[in-house]
Design a protein. Structure first.
Length: 319
């Protein structure tokens, strides 16, 4: 029997991605038994061409970024991945080879992170390519990290390096010198799943940095009913980012507010610094103290001399 075009496309590209519970993508929904004694964690993110990725980005990296930004939400709650649902809106006339490469990217990261697709929808659109992914994960009951919980006296910590994603976008659009490291960091963020899980019982609050370090720190402080001091000179930078900043000091604003970092931002007691550093070492990623939470509200950025530093823009807005 000849399949209708939509079902043929699904069978060709997405059925090989399906795992247990997906029912061969032949039903309207999946059936899933979560592991015994675990709570479900669910999150969703959308990506639109020209907004969240460049229209000429390789299709494989687009699929992988879509999965990774959602995995980063799991990491921020200390959760382990279980599976995902995905909706794809491909522009009419999208080449089959493009979709094949998109699916191949997803397959690569499914193998790396240990999950599979459970279902979703595939449609055509007259607009730009648009994708939505709902991620499912699990966490031990009561162990999920939350945004709410930072308190005055806690220290501000961040994983990895900040600013690479924002600078990578500049490099890919010709506004900064080409750099392979920065471009990769924009296209392929690194979800810090191992560190997120290791921070259970240590971090008082956590989230991932997607909309800009300064803005997301404001979210964390507001959820905790306090303010925060951010020490700009302590923010960890990669070698390419540090070189770019040395050549143009104005890039500091972009580094602190540009977004697309997908690193973990979290609050913890000063006495727990050794535990954090040990957890980061075991997770294979750096963790850096970059400030502290204080009474009051809002985020104050301090320069090397300890003087307040104003940013022209606080961070990314979705509207």
């Amino acid at each position: 029997m000849t399949l209708p075009p939509e079902f043929a496309l699904i069978a060709r590209h997405f059925l090989p991605l399906a795992g247990q519970g997906a029912l061969d993508l032949s039903d309207d929904a999946a059936l899933l038994d979560p592991p015994a004694g675990r709570q479900l964690v669910l999150a969703a993110d959308a990506m639109v061409a020209g907004v969240h990725f460049l229209p000429d980005d390789p299709p494989g990296t687009i699929g992988r970024k879509l999965l990774r930004v959602n995995l980063s939400d799991l990491a921020a709650m200390g959760a382990a991945p279980l599976g995902y649902l995905m909706t794809c809106a491909f522009p009419r006339g999208t080449d089959d080879a493009w979709i094949a490469a998109f699916a191949a990217g997803l397959a690569e990261d499914q193998r790396e992170f240990g999950l599979s697709v459970l279902g979703g929808d595939t449609v055509s659109t007259t607009g730009p390519a648009s994708f939505s992914l709902t991620i499912l994960g699990t966490v031990a009951p009561g162990a999920a990290l939350r945004r709410r919980g930072a308190r005055p006296g806690d220290e501000v910590w961040v994983s990895g390096t900040i600013g690479d994603g924002a600078l990578g976008l500049l490099a890919l659009t010709g506004r900064l010198a080409e750099d392979a490291h920065l471009a990769r960091r924009y296209r392929l963020p690194e979800p810090r799943l191992a560190l997120g899980a290791a921070l259970a019982g240590i971090a008082h609050a956590a989230m991932d940095v997607s909309d800009g370090l300064a803005q997301d720190l404001g979210h964390l402080a507001r959820a905790g009913g306090c303010g925060a001091l951010l020490e700009a000179a302590s923010v960890p930078l990669s070698a390419p980012a540090r070189a770019a900043l040395a050549a143009d000091a104005a890039l500091l604003a972009r580094i602190l507010s540009g977004g697309d970092d997908y690193e973990l931002l979290f609050a913890a007691a000063p006495a727990d610094a050794p535990r954090i550093l040990d957890a980061a070492r075991r997770a294979g990623v750096a963790a850096t103290r970059i400030g502290r939470f204080v009474p009051g509200e809002g985020v104050t950025i301090l320069d090397e001399a300890g003087a307040p530093l104003a940013l022209p823009q606080g961070g990314w807005s979705h509207f």
